[in-house]
Every structure is written in C-alpha cells, then in structure tokens.
Design a protein around this ligand. Sequence first.
Ligand code: F0G
Length: 460
Amino acid sequence: MDKPLEPFRIKAVEPIQFPSREQREAVLHNAGFNLFNIPAEAVFIDLLTDSGTSAMSDHQWAGLMLGDESYAQCRNFFHLQETVQEVMGFPIVIPTHQGRAAEHLLFQTLVKPGDVVPNNIHFDTTRANVEFRQAVALDCAIDETFDPDKEHPFKGNMDPAKLRAAIETHGVEKIPLVMLTITNNSGGGQPVSMANVREIAGICRQHGLPLFLDAARFAENCYFIKQREPAYRDKSIAEIARELFSLADGCTMSAKKDALVNIGGFIALRDEALAGRIRNFLILMEGFPTYGGLAGRDLETMARGLREVLDERYLEYRIGQVRYLGNLLETAGIPVLKPFGGHAVYLNALPFAPHLPRAQFPGQAVAVALYREGAVRSVEIGSLMFARHKPGSEAWEFPRLELVRLAIPRRVYTTSHLDFVAETVYKIWQNRQQLRGLRLVYEPPFLRHFTARLEELDVA
Ligand code: F0G
C-alpha cells in the first residue's frame, strides 16, 4: 500500500503510555463513557481531533521567541496581517483566540433572532453559535454528502438549488450571510470545488448576500481542488487559495487546523464598516484588536503556519496519511465513509453496530470500544452529537449520518501508529456483536457531547 512519506524529520519526541486493560476499564467508567472526559495521559493514540494538536515546525518554535508582547500594535500582528493579505487576499484581519470566538463575534454582529444561515453543513460550534442567536442553521449540502457510500470528488459542495430555495422561502432580509465550510468537517472532511464556490458566490452576489468561508481546513481543500479539478492541476496551492478566497467576502478561521498552531483563530474580511462593528465586540470579549485573546508569540506562529501549510509536499503526505489509514480499513472490509476526506477517516457506525438502535448511540459504542481495545481516542459524530428531542416529546430526531471520526493530528503520528489504529479497529470489527449500547445519564442544554455522561447497557 502506498505509504505516506514524511517531508520532515523528528527533532523532539514526546513519550506516550499504553494503559493496562484494567486501567482503561476504570478510565471509561470514571469518564461516564464520554471520551472528552478521559485524561489525555491515559490515551495511547489520540485521534479525538486534528484541532490544536499539530506539531509545530522548528521555524514556528523559533517564532515563539520573537513574540512582541506589547498590549497594542505588536509587530506579530502586522506579520499576521501581511500574511493573511498575501495568502487569502483579505485586507482586514481580526485575531480571536480560536475559531468559535470568530464565529461568535461574526454572528453576534450580523445574525438576529429568526434569521436563517445557510451553510453546506455547519460544524457543531458554528451551528451552536447560530442557534445561540435564536436563528436557524440551515444545512444545504448536496444529497450525495449524506450517502456514506457514494463516491463524489467534491462531496462537500453546497446544492445551489437548496440555497436558492432557502432564499425564496425566507427572503434575503432573513439571511444575514451564507457560509461554506471548506473542507466540510461534519460531512466527512469533504472538499468543496472551486466551481461550486464560484456558483454559490454568484448566487450570493445576485441577492446581495455576503459569503463567508469557514476556512479551518482551506489548504487541504485547495489540495483536493488541485488533484480533482482539472483546470487547477498546474496551479500552486497558494494560487488556488488566492482564487478561492477572492470569491468570498470574508472567512472565519480556526487556526488550530490549517495554520498548524495549538491555539488561535481570526476573522478576515474586506468590509471596514463591518470590521468596526466586530471589533467593538472583540474588545468586550477577546481583547484589543491587534491581539484578540492571543499572545504576540501565538500570532507569530500562526503567521508562519499559514505559509507552511501551503507546501504541496506537506499536503501530499498529510492527505496521504488519511488515505493510507482509510485504505487499510476498507481493505479489511470495515465500513468507512468514501471518498476519504482531508483530515480524518470516518467509520460508518450503522453497519458497524446494526444490532444497536440509534437511541443507544451506536457511534459512541464504537468509540468506547476503540478506547477499551487499544487506548485509541476518537470522536462520535452522530446521534450523541446531533440528535434532538422532538419539540414537546421524548422522541428523538436523529441526524442522517452516524459516524466515528478518526481525526489525524498534523505531523504527529507515524505510519506505524496508523497501522496500530487499523489493527485496533479491525479487532473491534471482528467482535462487533459485543458492542454495547449506551444511555444518557447527564445531558447539558447545548453542545451535549462535550460534557454528557452515559452508562453502558447490557448486551441484548
Ligand atoms: N469550523 C470547523 C469546520 C471546525 O472543524 C471547527 C473545530 C471550528 C469551526 C471551531 O474552531 O475549535 O478553533 O473553536 N473543529 C474541531 C474538531 C473542534 O474537532 O473538528 P475552534
């Protein structure tokens, strides 16, 4: 199988432990079967997220020492601004401590109760931030997104007909902005094509609606465009990124992904009047407009990461790791979401655990088993994350997909680690009839999956 070739060598290492079976069992019980509650030191391979988990380069670490910690107008802000202008083409950058702060500020400024925000699929924090404004987060992804077996080169695309229908139904005055998440995390880390961004941007322009990209994984998206959209085969990632962003009015960015840092984010945009309104909230909640909740050194590593991520050899290795793990699993007959996305392999939990009803959280059952078997931490993206109680009833409304995400941190794990993960998944696949359903014992009012507690049900 073609192995991903690391375009770097290792300069510092961090030991990881493999807890005993008894320890893993105790950890699961103490965590209320919620993997967010598991101490990180009790995890062998942590595939919970690719967010904030990147290994920084020596160039980024060196940049830490060049942090200018002045309260106002530190030099690293200017470096970040210049980098965003060059990489994305947006003249204005407003730093925030991470992506969801950017979302919160943007929606606080633009979204009113009763509004509707279309997106291909809102990521969970984006959805929660829209709903927190008492607005509707409307998913308009193409139908193929929701079919886990369907091959489509740009399964992250938005359906232009669904966007037009939303505009028709709700009226432009109810739609403060349109968003596109690149890559589409909740739909499997799937890319959006340049043609689709262009078409959606055209519809937005026609109706005077601002288009914002959720750019957390923009470089991975650009790599897929280069691979799969023939017109871009000979363009550099930097050129593709510039063209992509030129179609939008702004973006929210979780720099914890494709800026290769452990913390950070920003809003980038063109409209100075809107930026002024956002900055008023920024000062209230995040900090002065040139640091936005970050230290000068964080701004510096972010600026450096934004350029590093455009390296095509890095992206080839990065996407190659995801494909390598995906291929190992698929070859073993394990149900995985196809095609493989940019940052994670997604197990399809419904065929994995057909004996478990949705209300018993089959995806979470698989995630729990992965930890129990190999101290591998993953995350459920299914009913635990998204199922809602139907209004005025105990009955559930389930999301269409029930997935377990194996997110691969950037530049962190080796091919042997990925082999180990594949073997762990294979072991639980072989014993899948043993997978146990779960029941909620504590449920917070929103973003349930982060703090919920569950208990295991007996095998039927
Ligand atoms: N948008 C997307 C597409 C994301 O995947 C995330 C975070 C955010 C926004 C929010 O950014 O974490 O910096 O506040 N995704 C992480 C994940 C948490 O695991 O997929 P944040």
